[in-house]
Design a protein around this ligand. Structure first.
Ligand code: TYM
Length: 332
């Protein structure tokens, strides 16, 4: 079976619909046809300042949500990045074959550092995409399911894999991004020109999986829609309505064209009212299951211990090979 790897940050109390529809939904779908590795990237989560107690809590909540969303430890390897020290170790090596200019071109760094200025951003935030490359290359992943915002990081990963292979001999699989066009960029409910994002969206712009269902419903009902009144899919001219159709289709399994004909002659209000219901029906059981996993910390720890073991079994031989190829003297 081909291999898949992806990661998600534990930086919030809840994931949002963008995380689920752009990434985790595909992770769940790929569990059977791929040898799947998924990690909660806590090393990445300390790049912009954080609270230690919150990070620990959020890492647990993240794992619990991923399980609630359908990741099955019997069918995939689910682990916490810092439990596998090879990530940081390979990150260093990859950093040494990355050009400073090349790293400087990463737009996510430019966006994230623009608030406090590059001068005050951490070096960790700058080298973040290099660590991400290490995450992927350690597992010889063939595919990496992510949202559109990760495309440039995947390009860097491919470049670094090829460069290492050329410099030191064939070592890494060059991975392909796995980006499902329809759901690759869920946009902000209040500002459809921006992606839905924990850090950039206003509270009303994003739907969190663990928020009060009534609140989520209200956000959908007050989503910004476009001029005109026709319910059609046109991401360019009607980004608000099109985003609602995308979310509706993905959560309900009904195709966009089926929805468009079902809402022919109806108004934006009807669409939003029904979608609000679909969203509530989706998040309510997720919340119940997340809570169940959190209420059984022993079981969660066990899942993570098994995951870390399985991950290390792949990561350690890769790192050993890398150390050998680059000429490190191995301890006798
Ligand atoms: P993160 O934690 O920001 O986001 C997790 C995943 O959610 C996707 N996503 C979205 N998709 C569609 N629409 C949106 N509005 C939206 N917002 C977020 C992201 O594209 C991502 O797939 N750098 C990564 C984490 C990472 C990683 C890796 C990913 C670390 N190592 C190795 C893949 C492979 C990140 O910050 O994702």
């Amino acid at each position: 079976r081909p291999r898949v790897l992806s990661g998600i940050q534990p930086t919030a109390d809840s994931y949002h619909l963008g995380n689920f529809l752009g990434a985790v939904r595909n992770w769940v779908a790929m569990q059977d046809d791929y040898d799947a590795f998924y990690c909660v990237v806590d090393l990445h989560a300390i790049t912009s300042g954080h609270d230690p107690k919150l990070l620990r809590e959020r890492t647990r909540v993240s794992i619990a949500q991923l399980l609630a969303l359908g990741l099955d430890p019997a069918r995939c390897t689910l682990f916490v990045q810092s439990h596998v020290p090879e990530h940081a170790q390979l990150g260093w090596v990859m950093g040494c074959i990355t050009g400073f200019g090349e790293a400087s071109r990463m737009t996510q760094f430019k966006d994230k550092s623009s608030k406090q200025g590059a001068e005050r951003s951490s070096v960790g935030l700058f080298t973040y995409p290099i660590l991400q490359a290490a995450d992927i290359l350690l597992y010889h992943a063939d595919r990496v399911p992510v949202g559109e915002d990760q495309r440039q990081h995947l390009e860097l990963t491919r470049d670094l894999a090829q460069r290492f292979n050329t410099l030191f001999g064939d070592t890494f699989t060059v991975p392909q991004p796995h980006i499902i066009k329809e759901t690759a960029k869920i946009v902000d409910l209040q500002d459809p020109t921006a992606k839905m994002s924990k850090s950039a969206s206003t509270a009303n712009g994003l739907v969190e999986l663990l928020e009060e269902p009534a609140k989520a419903a209200k956000k959908i009902k007050s989503a910004v829609t476009d001029t005109g009144r026709e319910i059609i899919f046109d991401a360019e001219n009607k980004p608000g309505v099109s985003n609602l159709l995308t979310i509706y289709s993905a959560l309900s399994g009904r195709s966009i064209s089926e929805l468009v004909s079902a809402y022919d002659g109806k108004g934006y209000g009807d669409l939003k009212k029904d979608l609000a219901e679909v969203v509530v029906e989706f998040i309510t059981p997720i919340q119940k299951r997340t809570k169940e996993y959190l209420d059984d910390p022993g079981q969660l720890d066990k899942v993570l211990a098994i995951g870390a073991d399985k991950a290390r079994n792949v990561a350690a031989p890769t790192l050993a090979k890398v150390y050998d190829r680059i000429g490190f003297l191995r301890p006798a």
